[in-house]
Design a protein around this ligand. Structure first.
Ligand code: HEC
Length: 144
């Protein structure tokens, strides 16, 4: 009888450990996923809120004819841009979001590539394209 009880007790301890390990792995997996997820508000805030935001820094670098200084913020803008389609906007339908956020990802990548190549014309063109894309997306997806 004692033996049986010991076995049962051991079995439940192992069972508990297994459950705990499974949970720990789960948490790890979730944390990894969250690293690659930003809200639309975070992406817009770091990208476009005020002159000190990434897009403002890029424009200032171009104006000062220091394309070197545009490379790092342009890369950050593109990295966030690539996460934009995966974020959920406050309003608007998914098809429109896929389209507009997808274009933002492509346009910010084009800007980063142009900055890296120190191609001033392409940088200016990409800035204009992104600058011309704000309103349509805000009308559809920004909320009130
Ligand atoms: C593909 C869609 C899209 C494009 C393009 C876009 N935005 Fe946004 N923007 C949004 C959405 C969605 C929000 C609302 C974010 C939220 O509150 O979750 C937003 C919010 C903002 C905010 C407020 C951020 C905050 O902290 O509340 C600013 C500033 C902003 N956008 C500037 C711009 C500028 C400037 C451009 C163009 C150069 C631009 N956006 C292009 C979708 C877009």
């Amino acid at each position: 009888m004692l033996r049986v009880m010991t076995k049962v007790a051991l079995a439940s301890v192992f069972g508990l450990c297994a459950v705990m390990f499974a949970k720990m792995e789960n948490v790890g997996a979730q944390e990894k996923k969250e690293e690659k997820k930003l809200t639309t508000k975070q992406i817009m805030g770091t990208g476009h809120k005020g002159a000190e935001a990434l897009f403002g820094k890029i424009q200032a670098a171009v104006k000062a004819k220091k394309l070197d200084d545009a490379v790092a913020p342009a890369k950050d803008l593109a990295a966030n841009g690539s996460l934009f389609p995966k974020a959920t906007p406050p309003k608007g339908d998914a098809k429109s979001w896929d389209d507009l956020a997808g274009k933002y990802a492509v346009n910010t990548k084009a800007l980063a590539d142009a900055a890296e190549k120190k191609d001033e014309d392409a940088v200016k063109k990409a800035i204009a394209t992104i600058g011309g894309s704000c309103k349509a997306c805000h009308d559809n997806h920004r909320g009130k």
